[in-house]
Design a protein around this ligand. Structure first.
Ligand SMILES: Cc1cc2nc3c(=O)[nH]c(=O)nc-3n(C[C@H](O)[C@H](O)[C@H](O)COP(=O)(O)OP(=O)(O)OC[C@H]3O[C@@H](n4cnc5c(N)ncnc54)[C@H](O)[C@@H]3O)c2cc1C
Length: 439
């Protein structure tokens, strides 16, 4: 029996859900349960896994348990980029086959998400507007954008290289010097999409919200403890991202990061007319640790995502948001002087799970116990596809993409804390200093 000592806390700061209508969560588990399958975690991975299991095994009973509520974990706190193109590439073409595989996996995930958005008419501002990958400095262009261009050329993927005025006319502000536009990515309100996916699960999935798992036993039988009931299941899928170590899974292999986002209030018609550029766009920075992700959303707000940090404590004091919000406001005022007086309405944070070698935690970790975690910050595409594929693997359903996903490899072992803390902090400081002009 493993005691889960840290469970997620919802600090009610998520700006994406605050701009949505109120939603009634599904009831928490309040009795003992025996099911064929239990999936823990209703992020991109857990939602995709529960749906695919239900499709593969229509006669089976499936419980999906979530510590918080739909769209309030990282799945609803991200920047809302559903990214189909390789944009974190190395400096050579050696990763080409991995890049090609990524595109295949990502597009399969996007097709699955789009099918559900259409089928259930999910109102999430689904916006197939593509995305920009942008740099400020010559170093960012040389080390990230130029290798990315070579990979796109080799993959024969369409893109547009934009410099100076051409880029500024597209986005309406001048901070970034160069960008690569790729047309296949989709932008969404991530909380709205997560809620929509959770509220339209197949009938043989029962979704329990506000139901944290506090103890997990894998043998001689699978048994989970929650505050008001236990769950005994034939098979278990653990889809809890950075919390996997709490279940005794992939300990010393996952690196938890905290990233922060802010949304301004909605721009008035008059303010929108003062802002040049397209009415909806999104850009990701050359260096994700240092630079900012920025969006003009379909509903006419500006999003800024920055301040990524190593965050092993998995808890954040609400007072820590004030300096981040002030920093995002300063960036906004500096970048969009024509919008003087527009204020940031909400600032929040969420967790990203990465590994040292970009490996993904995917597979059977004990008899009848499976996990899919660690998408290295690409939750909408890698998280969704890993959820679909872990369900196929666990239910014995053939899918050639399982081998493609497994080829990514497992997360490599990390040094124990406090050596890990020192190492990751040193690496962050180096990245921040070396790419300081990308900030
Ligand atoms: C600010 C920010 C910006 C980002 N931008 C993007 C982006 O633009 N595009 C993109 O693709 N990705 C982005 N990401 C990353 C993305 O959000 C994550 O990679 C993704 O959400 C991970 O999905 P998941 O299903 O593995 O985990 P999560 O979405 O974190 O879901 C795991 C769930 O498990 C639940 N859980 C944990 N422990 C327990 C327990 N004991 N009992 C029950 N439930 C439990 C949690 O409450 C949580 O809801 C961003 C992340 C952040 C924080």
């Amino acid at each position: 029996m493993t005691a889960v000592t840290i469970t997620p806390l919802n600090d009610n700061t998520n700006g994406w859900s605050r701009i949505l209508p109120p939603r009634q969560p599904k009831p928490a588990l309040d009795r003992d349960l025996v099911v064929d399958w239990v999936v823990v975690g209703a992020g991109q991975v857990g939602l995709a896994a529960a749906r695919r299991l239900a499709e593969n095994r229509p006669g089976d009973s499936i419980a999906l348990v979530e510590a918080g509520t739909a769209g309030e974990g990282a799945q609803g706190r991200n920047a809302g980029f559903i990214i189909d193109s390789p944009h974190n590439v190395g400096s050579s073409l050696g990763e080409l086959s991995a890049a090609r595989d990524y595109v295949t996996l990502a597009r399969t995930a996007i097709a699955s998400l789009e099918e559900q958005v259409r089928k259930y008419d999910i109102q999430c501002d689904w916006d197939p507007v593509g995305k920009l990958h942008t740099a400020v400095s010559p170093l960012g262009i040389k080390e990230i954008l130029e290798p990315t261009r070579k990979v796109l050329d080799a993959l024969k993927e369409p893109y547009t290289w934009l410099e100076g005025k051409a880029l500024h006319e597209r986005i309406g502000f001048k901070h970034f010097s160069t960008g690569i536009y790729t047309p296949g990515s989709v932008l969404v309100n991530p909380a709205a999409l997560s809620r929509g996916l959770a509220d339209n699960l197949p009938t043989n999935v029962t979704f329990y919200e506000n139901t944290p798992v506090t103890e997990a036993q894998f043998s001689p039988e699978i048994r989970l403890t929650t505050p008001h009931g236990t769950i005994r299941a034939g098979k278990l899928i653990i889809a809890v991202s950075v919390f996997a170590g709490q279940f005794g899974v992939l300990r010393n292999r996952l690196i938890p990061l905290s990233a922060c986002g802010s949304l301004t209030r909605q721009l008035t018609e008059e303010e929108q007319s003062r802002l040049e550029g397209s009415r909806s766009w999104g850009l990701t920075p050359a260096n994700a640790f240092v630079g900012a992700t920025v969006r003009r959303t379909r509903d006419q707000r500006i999003l800024i995502r920055q301040d990524m940090r190593y965050w092993p404590q998995l808890r954040r004091d609400s007072a820590s948001y004030k300096p981040i919000s002030e920093h995002h406001q300063e960036l906004f005022d500096h970048w969009f002087p024509a919008l003087k007086g527009v204020t940031i309405e909400n600032t929040w944070s969420g967790y990203i799970c990465i590994s040292r070698n970009d490996g993904a935690g995917f597979g059977e970790v004990a008899p009848d116990v499976y996990t899919a975690v660690c998408d290295n910050g690409l939750g909408w595409t890698k998280g969704t596809i890993s959820g679909l594929l872990i369900a196929d693997k666990a239910s014995g359903t053939d899918n050639p993409l399982i081998a493609t996903y497994e080829a990514i490899g497992q997360p490599s072992r990390l040094p124990p804390r406090p050596f890990l803390d020192v190492g990751v902090s040193a690496r962050f400081s180096w990245e921040l200093w070396r790419h300081r002009r990308e900030a």
